[in-house]
Ligand binder design. Sequence first.
Ligand code: DPP
Ligand code: ZN
Length: 849
Amino acid sequence: VKAKYLKDYKKPAYAIESVDLLFELFEEETFVTNTMQIKKTDASVNDLTLDAVNLELLELSLNDLKLQESRYIIEEEKLTVLNVPDAFEIKIKNKIYPQDNTELEGLYKSGDIFCTQNEPEGFRSITPFLDRPDIMSLFTTTILADKKKYPVLLSNGNKIKCHEDFKERHGVTWHDPHPKPSYLFALVAGNLGSISDEFTTIQGNKVALNIYCDLGNEQKCHHAMHSLKASMKWDEEKYGRAYDLDIYNIVAVDSFNMGAMENKGLNIFNSAYVLADTDTATDANFMGIESVIAHEYFHNWTGNRITCRDWFQLTLKEGLTVFRDQCFSADMNSAQVQRIEDVKALRERQFVEDASPTRHPIQPESYISMNNFYTATVYEKGAEVIRMVYTLLGEKNYRQAMDLYFETFDGQAVTTDDFLWAMHECGDFDLELFKRWYKQSGTPRLHVKESFENGTYSILLTQKIPDDVDGKKQKPCYYPLKMGLLDRDGSEILAKTLIISKESETFVFENLKEKPVLSINRDFSVPIIVEYGEAQFAFLMKYDTNSFTQYEATQNFALRTISEIIESSAINDDFVDAYGHLLDLDVDLSYKALLLELPSVSAVMQLQKEIDFDAIYDAQDKLLLHIAQKYKEKLLDIYKQNHLPASASLEAKYIAKRAIKNRALKILSILKNDEVAELAQKQYEESLTMTDRIVALDVLENLHVSYAEVALQDFYNRYKDETLVMNKYFAILASSSRYDVLERVEKLQRDKVYDEKVPNLVRSLVGSFARNHKHFHAKDGSGYKFLADKIIEIDKINPQIASGLCGAFKVCDKMNKHNQDLIKKELSRVISTQGLSKNSFEIIDKILK
Ligand code: DPP
Ligand code: ZN
């Protein structure tokens, strides 16, 4: 297995100016004919080496002359044509088998639909090509297929021709006027339903919008369509960017490795991010759809018009586009809730990754399988880095800088340095220091030491800089740190953004009557861990004027309280009192639902040197039980006040009511009494939304075996034909706290709804179990053995999904010796499996090192 290195980047020696593709789709095979116009850009080279995986070559000609076998070489992942002229046409015909492609990369079938996923390197398994993002070409694509089975034939760009002159077959030709890299190529063929709409751009161009799905699901596409139009408008208003083709197509497919893909003019989506109605989708699903639809749309400018020079630059498009979709969602919904949700997700996934053997900078230096780098670090930490740029520049300068970025690099494949150049042109920050965020891994920490004397308040801020993967100390970071000072009555004295650039620095505030209360890292302006000296959490929970740091104080106080319970078993009454205060707060109810949520297992585990999941669960339960007992009446009140009137409305007000009432129900469920079980059962039976139904089901599963059996059976019967809903069912059962969860998961694998070839189902059943820490980390090693067996099995079907599952083992070196030995035993077994993919190898190798 060979790694690729950023430092080895070389400019391509050829340009592929245009590519003409012909796809002849059949049930047993597909013929691809690829005609390229190629020019040398480096006169010193003689041979042309194209990327090609499992090539079954049928014809090869150069300038219309068939090439003798002595003129080319086929190797494992390459096709080399010897001695090519300076400019030429090359024509390649080959054969592929999409119906057997279970890896879901390149051209494959999701059910009866032909579809593609080419990012990052799937195109080379369709046809030989210079499959790298800095090769941008004009694509023309003809698809020929059976008329009845595949009435809908789609590719990028505009439809320029229909071919109706055959009996049972038909064809369509598409042309994309924008040069693009091969990873943005897409093809879809199927018998699809659709909904259509129209958008008029700010320049007055009419764009036809279509969303395609399995027949019968059309009514579930309206929220996605609405989100698409909102995204198009938002990008015009906020970034001055309009859409650039006459047509925008989205296709929903059930088998998809990721969330969605931004192929030019033809997005292909995991159906989980398109289909929704209130009977089958939760409020969170609706929000997820809105953000992913926006994300893929925003890529049209940040990703497609300006793309990456090489895959080490992935965060150039992903970090930026995540930042853009986060801002969009904040504008569409509650900004304070959005910020907290984004930070929560970052800490749950990215902070854990950043503290593990698979950690890497947002711009990695090497990879074995690029598929392994579509990570929370590249995406979510990448977005935080862009957010820091935004904070450093301010809204106006940031917009100017983005305009400059678009003007300068439109139509090019560029680097993160190019992006930062544009930002720096319009802003005043230390470019060289800031670039460390792209090269260093690990979550930086900041230690805060306060002092007050004679009206002068000072804070000594000391960066604790993580080591790199080789154990070497990295360098101090440069960032904007938002902070505020409050007086003892809770009024704000000042709010400020400090620029942090040194390892250690003191900031002084003069002429103060009394020692102020510090509110630090407001809005989470920098993705770090703050180490407080003597923090005033209870005070900030009450008075902080920044909604993020108010939330943060609650989380930190809860974390401290849980840690104390683990150590001494005693519950800090100050926290419980402060929590009681939150129950009475008159704030937005969605925000309040977040304030009332206690830290997750993952949040607590990040504080432990040696992780002890049993102790974490016990302490959490103990604290929650105490809270539920003490505030039972208040919580019941909150539940009842917001439970009725029942409504399936998606208005913010009703979403918020569902959020707070379900939070109360979940907290009360720790009481494990009949009263709460009956509330949950009634909620299940009377629910008008999936949000209410799924929460009730989850509560019952963990609270009352016999009620749960009835509800689970009802749920199964009602939704067994809706795979997207069955994902939720599998996830609840795999995340259950019941003792026999592994046994049940094993049984569910044989359920007729379950299909190991469908990534969503694997993620909901096997993936959820791997996050069920209590059972996954069972002392007898049964959880580890189960997952290792699954990885070996799934790796043969779909390496990308298998390597995703390997991630569950990345806490290995933080476990006790006994569990570490069990994990290592299982991973050694997996890594020595014959034919293991490089995807899984790369992850396991890092964990075992
Ligand atoms: N480029 C894709 C996305 O992030 C990968 N799934 O949208
Ligand atoms: Zn993306």
